[in-house]
Design a protein around this ligand. Structure first.
Ligand SMILES: *Cc1c(COP(=O)(O)O)cnc(C)c1O
Length: 397
């Protein structure tokens, strides 16, 4: 008998922990130790869940909605999801195509698992949301990154996608509005990219988590509505976390062609079963009590928009920093490459010296940038940017 236990699995040894949660954790630990930290690292709204949503959940709990529910979700919620896709995008679907999962993150993972086998390649536009590469690797597939930097507004061109496709490519991941850049593709741009995917018979995972958080003239596009051909190949992921400030509830949604929806539901039935039953009643209220929800979303969106402009203007006043004005989500992705530091070192020193928490662009596959979340108060934005400017000045610009 050996004294040393056998090694852990290849899955356990190859996984990279979420770098955004790591920076946020370090900032929160500093804060807990009494430091005055300006946090730009969090990937969640700073608002509380609207009251009517909480109330509906409490009522459900009191009414004994505490048992297992059908794996893909309670029927009224799936029906409400179908109705909202119809109302918002004119998309016709049935409840059998809808799966409610424990968070949009898990919805994405199940979408990858349902379509990708070991040896397959998955095209991931960079800068990317940190979880996509790990999900693809956990499915035994290979992530293929295609980087679009600030020169193209962090948006891929069809030619860039075409160049990355091989006979092994199975899936294209799209995320508009984007985390981490806030970039929003126009419908016309998506049509051209999706045409390339269709030509090569790829599946598309369209992560539309930030569809309701768009500013100025930007409009979200539901990729599945681009054409009939797109509809039968697109897995649409969305959720309640970002739009309704419900990150802790863990409710994501998938709308997929029937065979994929069935596979996803079966995978989920063996992995997690249903989302907490009473939580689904809260989500149902978010979709059903439309006026209250719309008012709450409007309040949040107005605040995000004000902070977006505030942060963007302040960043561009700092010598050495250039930042595009993103049209969606609640992130800006300024370019700090002119300082000649690795972005990880930039962030570490910024946190040590000035107690400002930002996530390095390299965590998202794009060295030389920072991701700053403006889902925080105007005061913290103002204070944080003043400190950032002071820090940059010490770097000699
Ligand atoms: C936050 C986020 C998700 C998933 O959020 P959940 O909290 O798991 O619902 C999915 N995709 C992107 C791009 C995100 O930023």
């Amino acid at each position: 008998m050996s004294n040393t236990p056998a090694p852990l699995s290849t899955w356990a040894r190859n996984i990279s922990p979420s770098p955004t949660l790591a920076v946020d954790g370090k900032a929160k630990a500093l804060q807990a130790a009494g430091e005055d930290v300006c946090g730009f690292a969090a990937g969640e709204p700073d608002f509380d869940t609207p009251d009517h949503i909480k109330e509906a959940c409490i009522v459900a709990l009191r009414a004994g909605k505490t048992k297992y529910a059908p794996t893909p979700g309670i029927e009224p919620l799936r029906q409400a999801i179908v109705e909202r896709y119809g109302a918002e995008y004119g998309l016709k679907a049935t409840t059998a195509q809808v799966i409610v999962s424990p968070g949009g993150k898990f919805s994405c993972y199940l979408g990858v698992l349902a379509t990708c086998s070991p040896g397959d390649e998955v095209i991931i536009p960079a800068p990317y949301w940190v979880s996509y590469p790990e999900m693809v690797k956990l499915a035994g597939a290979t992530p293929i990154f295609v980087l679009a930097d600030d020169k193209t507004g962090f948006r891929l061109t069809p030619a860039m996608v075409e160049a990355a496709i091989t006979p092994r490519t199975r899936l294209l991941i799209l995320n508009s509005p984007s985390n981490p850049t806030g970039a929003v593709y126009s419908r016309v741009e998506l049509e051209a990219i999706v045409a390339v995917a269709l030509k090569h018979n790829l599946y598309i995972l369209s992560d539309e988590m930030y569809e309701h958080l768009v500013y100025d003239a930007a409009k979200p596009t539901c990729v599945a509505t681009l054409s009939k051909e797109a509809e039968v190949r697109t897995i649409t992921v969305a959720g309640f976390s970002k739009t309704y400030a419900m990150t802790g509830w863990r409710i994501g949604t998938t709308l997929a062609p029937l065979p994929i929806a069935k596979a996803i539901s079966e995978l989920q039935s063996q992995m997690t079963s249903n989302v907490a039953t009473f939580a689904q009643y809260g989500a149902l209220a978010a979709l059903k009590e439309k006026e209250k929800t719309a008012a709450a979303v409007k309040t949040m969106l107005t605040a995000f928009d004000r902070r977006r402009k505030l942060l963007h203007a302040a960043l561009n006043r700092i010598p050495g920093i250039s930042c595009l004005l993103a049209e969606g989500a609640f992130y800006l992705f300024p370019n700090v490459s002119s300082f000649g530091l690795k972005d990880l070192e930039f962030c570490n020193r910024l946190l040590d010296q000035e107690k400002v928490a930002a996530v390095p662009g390299s965590a998202f596959g794009a060295e030389g940038y920072l991701r700053l979340s403006y889902a925080t108060s105007d005061e913290i934005i103002q204070k944080g940017v003043t400190r950032l400017a002071r820090f940059c000045a010490t770097l000699g610009k």
